[in-house]
Ligand binder design. Structure first.
Ligand code: SF4
Length: 363
């Protein structure tokens, strides 16, 4: 049996039933592909359904408010993906009357779409012969063909791309792409590939040369940049509306752009409470001498692709209404704001551990 026949017989038997595999709608395929970047299928599936319930067409998405799109995206991370989706949906509606582009070049031109995503949409929606090369394909092909170049370098990726081009079934490019990715994900897995039940084992370089554990080759991981965040959860108990919490909308071209967190003092290393409250930044944020620190949280470690964040939260109850540039939010409405996963974790811990420390229980 040739490569494609083996692959398709395996795929017909083992493929997962996923909603974006039952459609040729480029909008749905686009959304699924963007959600699934850096996300496991099990987690992505929920987000996909929620997204489709809310924005079932490009026009629905184009008309959305960024705040709502980010809120829906909350927890998925890599928020620029959501901002780019919205930007591109608006462009498609404005420039192309809401019709999704139908050539590879036009698709590749959309903001947030790289070679991989353009190939995925072009092949799956329009059956165009563009091979996809994601982590699953890199792993499977480097083992099967015995590629010893680093797959996280351009030369390694190019080698795999050329092989994928050569192997692609031109009659079924969409199915071919889905099948090689699914094969890498379910059979030729990272830690424990199921070689003994693998239809390719007789011709697989890694299996026949006992190199399965050595492939794919990866360059040394880059050490993440460590950052130290001291968040001030400033709370004022308003006589009419109850607790008001002050949120900060992140505007800088840093992480979490346009999401909300708390006023922040970033330090170059861990800093003690006694030192922190003496800083000019603390005085500038808290302003009043009537403030009381109600809680100092544990240190949360939060990993992003190239950053490792150590965050501590200081819950500060202010004795008087502050004048500041932050966004006031009533405690019970906090969940209406799109926040990064780290802030979500802190808020859910605060709510779960007995009386909510964010509420001012003083009479
Ligand atoms: S034999 Fe093992 S390493 Fe080779 S393709 Fe199959 S699962 Fe992957």
């Amino acid at each position: 049996m040739n490569f494609t026949k083996l692959l398709f017989s395996w795929y017909d038997l083992h493929q997962r039933d996923l909603p974006w595999r039952r459609t040729k709608d480029p909008y749905k395929i686009w959304i699924s592909e963007i959600i699934l970047q850096q996300t496991r299928i099990e987690q992505g599936l929920n987000y996909y359904h929620r997204f489709m319930d809310r924005f079932s067409t490009i026009s629905d998405l184009a008309a959305a408010d960024e705040h709502d799109v980010l809120k829906l995206w909350q927890g998925l991370g890599y928020y620029s993906r959501a901002r780019n989706l919205l930007h591109s949906a608006k462009e498609i509606v404005k420039m192309n009357q809401g019709l999704f582009p139908s050539t590879y070049a036009e698709i590749r031109n959309l903001k947030g779409i790289g070679d991989y995503t353009a190939a995925a949409i072009a092949s799956m929606a329009y059956d165009m012969p563009y091979p996809v090369v994601d982590g699953n394909v890199l792993r499977f092909f480097s083992r099967y063909f015995g590629i010893f170049e680093s797959v996280d370098k351009a030369s390694g990726k190019k080698a795999v791309l050329l092989l994928a081009r050569g192997k692609m079934d031109l009659a079924n490019p969409g199915k071919f792409n889905q099948a090689i990715m699914e094969f890498g994900s379910l059979q030729c897995k990272t830690g424990s590939p199921d070689c003994h039940a693998c239809p390719f084992r007789e011709n697989c370089f890694a299996f026949t040369h006992e190199k399965v554990v050595d492939l794919p080759v990866k360059s040394k991981a880059i050490q993440p940049r460590k950052r130290y965040f001291n968040f001030l959860v400033l709370i004022y108990k308003d006589p009419e509306n109850g607790e008001i919490i002050y949120l900060r909308k992140r505007k800088e071209n840093d992480i979490w752009k346009n999401l909300y967190d708390f006023p922040l003092i970033e330090s170059s290393g861990p800093v003690s409470q006694s030192k922190l409250i003496q800083t000019a930044e603390w005085r500038n944020l808290v302003k009043t001498k009537k403030a009381v620190i109600r809680k100092r949280s544990k240190v949360y470690q939060h990993r992003l692709t190239h950053q490792l964040i150590f965050a501590r939260f200081y819950v500060v109850h202010l004795g008087k209404k502050p004048v500041n540039e932050f966004t006031p939010a009533v405690l019970k409405n906090l969940d209406k704001f799109p926040v990064p996963r780290l802030i979500e974790k802190f808020l859910s811990d605060a709510a779960a551990n007995g009386p909510n420390v964010l509420a001012d229980h003083r009479r």
